[in-house]
Write a protein that binds this ligand. Structure first.
Ligand SMILES: *[C@@H]1O[C@H](CO)[C@@H](O)[C@H](O)[C@H]1NC(C)=O
Ligand SMILES: *[C@@H]1O[C@H](CO)[C@@H](O)[C@H](O)[C@H]1NC(C)=O
Length: 274
């Protein structure tokens, strides 16, 4: 097997070397030079290689023909190149004005578009702020309506008197806040009398005044300032215990009571201009 392969290999090299042309030699060189093919490299070798050799020879022939045509091709090439140069010159001569008009078209278009977009955006912003105003106004209306369902005008303020359940200071405060208000403060004697007239006898009502921060300094929780009006019962404020720092109304007068004590309470609306 090895011997057969080796024979095939050397035969191939020999034939191919003979077939390679050098320079402008006679095309007849590209014909297989095996004098006695069957004996020189065997039947198989010949059958396998002859098409290859013929193929190479054919290409060489074509190259030669091509070279013969070179004069003609060159003229054609030169003609094409000439035309290309002409076209390039034409384009170059028109380029400045073309560029100018393109720029004009593009800039006008984009400018228009931007203007249109800006005016649309302005319209949308206008609409949006209109909607926002409407939403705010509706929210306020709802808030006012909800408050007005709870709070009634007593004296100069909208108040809610809780008679149904009792609470300590913290729970009463958070209940008032949940309604949209605060524990009530008293502005003056007229308001105080108006409130007292609505309260049940013998009941204690927590209001939004305490001296938790500093003893004897009574602060309104809604304003954070000193309470503008106080009407003590005789002997008050009297501290039976140190935690009696929350002001309570009882039978037309005020006293200090434990902040943890459970009492009915009075809320005021945040917005008293309902
Ligand atoms: C309030 O308390 C007083 C004295 O304890 C009593 O006479 C009166 O009937 C009570 N009033 C009410 C409405 O409970
Ligand atoms: C107030 O009362 C609530 C229950 O109603 C309770 O959980 C809370 O601890 C009390 N707070 C104070 C300071 O007494």
């Amino acid at each position: 097997m090895f011997q057969l392969n080796a024979l095939f290999f050397y035969a191939t090299i020999a034939i191919v070397l003979n077939a390679i042309p050098s320079g402008s030699e006679d095309p007849s060189r590209f014909v297989c030079r095996l004098q006695d093919p069957p004996n020189q490299c065997g039947e198989f070798c010949l059958t396998a290689l002859m098409p290859l050799i013929d193929h190479i020879a054919k290409h060489q022939e074509q190259w030669k023909t091509c070279n013969l045509d070179n004069g003609l091709t060159k003229a054609k090439l030169e003609e094409i190149q000439g035309r290309q140069t002409d076209i390039r010159k034409q384009i170059e001569s028109q380029e400045p004005s073309l560029t100018k008009s393109w720029k004009k078209i593009i800039s006008e278009d984009i400018g228009d578009r931007i203007n249109r977009m800006e005016s649309k955006q302005l319209k949308m912003e206008g609409l949006l702020s209109g909607i926002q105003e409407a939403v705010t106004s509706i929210k306020n209306d709802i808030r006012r309506w909800r408050i007005s369902q709870k709070f009634k005008l007593i004296g100069s303020k909208y108040l809610y008197i809780e008679n149904d359940f009792k609470a300590n200071w913290t729970t009463a405060l958070s209940a008032c806040k949940q309604m949209g208000g605060n524990l009530a403060s008293i502005s003056d004697g007229d308001d105080f009398n108006a409130i007292v007239s609505k309260l049940n006898q013998n009941e204690s009502y927590k209001i939004g005044i305490n001296d938790l921060a500093e003893k004897y300094v009574f602060i309104s929780v809604s304003s954070g300032k000193k309470a503008p009006f106080l009407k003590w019962k005789p002997g008050e404020p009297r501290y039976n215990h140190e935690d009696q720092r929350c002001v309570t109304i009882h039978n037309g007068g005020m006293w200090v009571d434990g902040c943890t004590a459970f009492h009915k309470f009075i809320c005021e609306a945040d917005d008293n201009t309902l």
